[in-house]
Design a protein around this ligand. Structure first.
Ligand SMILES: Cc1cc2nc3c(=O)[nH]c(=O)nc-3n(C[C@H](O)[C@H](O)[C@H](O)COP(=O)(O)OP(=O)(O)OC[C@H]3O[C@@H](n4cnc5c(N)ncnc54)[C@H](O)[C@@H]3O)c2cc1C
Length: 499
């Protein structure tokens, strides 16, 4: 019997892969999603269940400037979405500071002498900013001054990336803290709160509420995959893709998976949608791509991440969703408080569960530390920062996340451009979507929008939309003069705020 030919074979059952499957199956296009994880869909946005305590990999706020993405979340899992208040703080040298920073609170906690130094260095940065800042350090100093940079940005950012702020591209700062400067933070603190006219005007870092599925972000993707299956689509777990071969005579993709027992299976599709890391995809494609493209893919770097989940017999000492740990005295980078995301993340209100987030590289000291030692480290550190009493911690687990962050270094853009140009020329039926799939440090909404447009392209039988034109806010901007104008506006706004 000849194998079934799918309209699209989709690699990865994260937000991007499942959104593509959802949109295509809605139009009755036969699809299969191949997911490496044997247990969970959702990718980085999955929810891990440990003894009925639920752990989010990070904390996933469901907020998008894109109305289409918000509507899709409502369509998939509307009744299960809670509206949650946002509350987060920074821990620095024994003190907690509201985040986003409230300038007057921050300055009063820092003390008179330190505050004067901060204001003087801010004034200096305003008068004499670095023109066209290329590094994260220069970009933030332009916005906040050197002193505030070294207190509130440097340690945490270096923990996250494992490299110096002078080696991190300004692109990352411009994207992650876009629109935020000491000026805008002061304005936000002083002015009465007005609802922005439309959601595109919101500074993402400053949003006060967000939506959240009551059982964690994975609930969205479990519901989505159930809907794909109801429509006849297939979502196969425990199916890591190991080879992607293009059959030129039939114009089809032959995708091979190999399970944990070494059994292989082949899937055949008119289109291949990939959300796996570009570096891995390029190594799997046959016929092989030119040497410079393989080299470009091998040069892409990633930052990995692990969460130590702690279960505490205590109703909780704090109500923040998360706390950034800027203190260099401990290794933990951030603490998540899952009960504040949704009360249903814990099975018994007499308990709390926390996620201590450690940033690392796969294979390094932290990554390879045995789970029991990591739990012991987390217990010691949470006590040290006074968020829980180690004696009340009853259990713990460790969740490792490979390739949590695509790294934006000096050369990544050039490598991505090389790969993209070659793939578009050679394989028009191969579609890159999502975070590692496009090497874009972005949220679910971006991953979903790239998948939604890819589904439209496939259904239209032509590339009507350029998914690379989706910006970090999941907004689609056409290339060319009109697109350039639209892009220019927010940048000008940013410069105004910085000066
Ligand atoms: C700490 C942290 C906090 C975050 N907070 C937020 C937030 O508040 N809000 C928000 O919207 N987003 C947030 N994000 C981003 C969000 O997690 C991602 O944008 C989103 O999950 C990307 O979706 P994706 O489908 O592109 O990739 P992924 O989620 O990475 O999914 C890719 C899937 O592909 C699978 N896969 C990979 N290789 C193969 C293979 N060879 N074969 C088969 N399957 C494969 C993986 O197992 C995975 O399931 C956060 C991310 C992190 C790391």
């Amino acid at each position: 019997m000849s194998p079934k030919i799918f309209k699209a074979v989709i690699v990865g059952g994260g937000p991007a892969g499942l959104t593509a499957a959802y949109e295509l199956s809605k139009q009755n296009a036969p699809v299969v999603v191949l997911e490496a994880d044997p247990e969970y869909v959702g990718g980085i946005s999955r929810t891990v269940n440990y003894k009925s305590f639920r752990f989010d990999i990070g904390g996933h706020r469901f907020f998008s400037k894109s109305r289409e993405v918000e509507d899709l979340w409502t369509e998939i899992a509307g009744p299960d979405l809670l509206d949650r208040p946002r509350s987060s703080r920074i821990y620095y040298r024994g003190q907690f500071y509201t985040y986003p920073l409230k300038p007057f609170e921050a300055l009063s906690k820092l003390g008179l002498f330190e505050s004067i130094r901060c204001m003087a260095s801010f004034a200096k940065a305003r008068v004499n900013p670095t023109p066209n800042p290329k590094t994260f350090e220069d970009w933030v100093i332009n916005q906040f001054g050197r002193r505030l940079f070294s207190i509130f940005f440097k340690t945490y950012t270096e923990k996250v990336w494992g490299m110096k702020c002078t080696e991190i591209s300004a692109d990352w700062a411009a994207q992650r803290i876009k629109g935020l400067s000491l000026g805008s933070a002061i304005k936000h603190a002083l002015l009465p709160k007005r609802k922005p006219k439309d959601r595109t005007q919101v500074v993402k870092t400053l949003i006060d509420t967000f939506r959240y599925p009551r059982l964690g972000p994975g609930m969205m993707w479990e519901t989505c995959s159930a809907k794909v299956r109801e429509r006849g689509g297939e979502v196969l777990l425990g199916h890591p893709v190991v080879a992607c071969r293009f059959d030129e005579t039939r114009n089809l993709w032959i995708v091979t998976t190999r399970d944990a027992d070494g059994r292989t299976e082949e899937f055949c599709g008119e289109h291949l949608i990939s959300s796996m890391p570009i570096r891995e995809l390029i190594a799997q494609i046959k016929p092989r791509l030119p040497e410079n493209v393989s080299r470009a893919a091998q040069s892409l770097r990633y930052r990995d991440f692990l969460t130590v989940g702690l279960i505490v017999h205590d109703r909780g000492r704090f109500s923040d969703n998360w706390i950034y740990i800027h203190d260099p005295a401990v290794q933990v980078g951030r603490v998540q408080n899952y009960k504040s995301w949704s009360p249903e993340m814990v099975p018994d209100p007499a308990y709390s569960s926390y996620g201590l987030e450690y940033f690392c590289f796969e294979g390094d000291g932290l990554w390879t530390t045995p789970d029991a030692d990591l739990i012991a480290l987390a217990k010691k550190e949470i006590q040290q920062i006074n968020l829980a009493d180690a004696a009340n911690i009853t259990d713990g687990c460790v969740i490792r996340q490979r390739k949590a962050y695509p790294v934006y270094d000096d050369t990544y853009q050039q490598h991505v451009d090389t790969i993209r140009a070659e793939l578009e020329r050679t394989y028009p039926t191969l579609h890159l979507v999502g975070r590692n799939g496009m090497h874009k440090y972005n949220n679910q909404d971006h991953a979903m929008m790239t998948a939604m447009l890819t589904a439209k392209n496939i259904l239209a039988g032509e590339r009507k939309y350029d998914v690379w034109a989706v910006n970090q806010d999941a907004e689609y901007h056409e290339a060319g003069a009109a697109g350039a104008e639209q892009e220019a506006a927010p940048r000008a706004e940013r410069i105004q705020q910085a000066v």
